[in-house]
Design a protein around this ligand. Sequence first.
Ligand code: ADP
Ligand code: MG
Length: 678
Amino acid sequence: MATTLFSDIEYLKGVGKARGEKYRKLGVTTPYELIYHIPRDYLDFRTHVPIQQAVLNDYNVLKLTVFKKMPPQRIKGGLVICKAAASDGMDDILIVVYNNVYYFQAMKESSTYYMYGKVTGSFLRKEISSPVYISADETVLIQPKYHLTQGLSVNMIRTNMRQALEIMRNEPFETLSDDIMRRYDLCPLMWALENIHFPESELAAETARRRLAFDELLKLQIGMSVMKSRSRRSTAFKMRDPSKVEEFIKGLPFELTDDQKKAVGEIIADLCMGVPMNRLLQGDVGSGKTAVAAAACYFAAKNGVQSALMAPTEILASQHFHTLSGFLEPFGVKVCLLTGSTTARKKAQIREKIAAGEIDVIVGTHAIIQKDVEYHSLGLVITDEQHRFGVAQRAALAEKGDSPHKLVMSATPIPRTLALIIYGDLDISAITQLPKGRKPVKTYAVTGKLRSRAFGFVRDRLDEGRQAYVVCPMIEESESELFAVKTYAENAENGDLKGYTTALLHGKMRASEKDKVMEKFRDGEIQVLICTTVVEVGVDVPNAAVMVIENAERFGLSQLHQLRGRVGRGSFESTCILITDNTSDECIKRMKIMSSTTDGFKISEEDLKMRGPGDYFGNAQHGLPPLKIADIACNMELMNRAQNCARELLADDPMLEKPQNRALKMDVMRLFSRDIIG
Ligand code: ADP
Ligand code: MG
């Protein structure tokens, strides 16, 4: 049988078993996937310089004629070193190739090459080691840089790539109509794939990249929308009596904000629809999403079905358990906690009760989606901080019940244009206002010179009975000179924080240890928590009113905003002190934004402006399928265009069932795993 685009990669001419294994390491299992092994960058051999001008200890392109190859030398450890003398017509240089005799053999005496490699040595005697080279006769001087693995060279990939593209030329495929390509100013797919790997000019590479990035954004958006309409076509438990939730809201110790009320209304309306809810509840840290979730759980319980709330960490799960039971138990709604560290005996007991329907709300980490947890009647699934869960995990949880209603909560406000792509499979409720009486966190950025004054301020707050966080980027001391919590804690205990109770919290601690520390901090037994970003998500200690962030330059705007959200959760005036010695324009700008606003949506807009959307796509936390190109090659303009195109296509053919959309649909399915949208 002839090799096709979807045959095993090892059947591609010139690959075979051994190299096939290497390709698998790169995630390439078929010729199709090889073609989509997109170069991250290019090497431009046109930039060659004379040997004399080569920057020492750096990578350079040289144009060299090999005049003498020495015989390979074997040295201990089985290492082979090959050397050759070469010249650029003015000066000489030594080419050194380690452990790759074949590669060296291909280099011919008295031939001329462009070579790219690290140049070392002195003014008089220079070396270029293991250069990438092409013949000086080559007409295409722009060569892709691929993500490689041991034993798989650029040249091998290029040879195999030519074969794969040859197959594609015989079974060409195009996902977009001529009309769309023309109107959206895109080159044909086949042309794009040839030119992303073998560009004849920079412009060709750029044009190709634009098409492929557009495709990826389009597929992403379409996949999300198709998932959304598919779930709309299935049925879900239809809840009744929306007014029942009123008694719960009236019983709360505070008045819900208008946004909270609106969100509760939207959720309850969804739950009464008979089709599965798929809703995102977006709201800044501290905006009160948990109270909204509690109202939904209450309503589900009154309708006789169970709710599950899944949190990304044990700390958060146990915190949610406390909050939810506080809200719900007075109404006779039974809440339980199930995490990885629950003892086996306790787990078995809880599982029994869940199966018997004696528990209404199950809170936990991903332990609650394990196969051995059997629900009596799961009707509502809530995931907190959903950006930590992948699309696949959400799908696994959905399979637990009979199409349960789904609510995902995120404390990462995202600009609307982006939200439409990243959360394209969901309806969106947003809480934009903070509860009454909440004072915005005052934020100051200072340099390390003011550190001891900053700690004077911290001590004053501690003396008033408040608590504090100190955040450092690292756990252990390293060469990087960044602050690490372990040494920081030791120093602080004997210095700036002498006489105050401090504790460490970081990601390498065992879950049970972390929980213990968090519990003590919540109970006020610990005054200062010296921690890494493990406190980032959702931790709620209203009495904590000061946060110091060391090496603030190390954190992105959104992350700083998330961290800062740990304070200012009670009625106290709260302060965040950012310490950084970085004086670059970008850092100063970021610090200014942080000190001038506490509006998460505004901060994410700024983040988007400064860094482009790539970071959002590249961020595994959103649980998007892995993108190969849009994360580095897209801009807002391209994103808006892809969005318009998706809308246009879906308006005409919502499930991509028309024959002309078949290729596109297959491509969408390949981006997402088949079982998610299949
Ligand atoms: P988040 O949106 O970050 O999950 P939470 O739901 O944890 O926020 O709420 C933060 C704090 O505010 C909690 O202590 C909660 O009890 C309280 N809270 C929630 N809603 C209100 C409200 N409408 N008025 C006053 N306090 C509220
Ligand atoms: Mg929360």
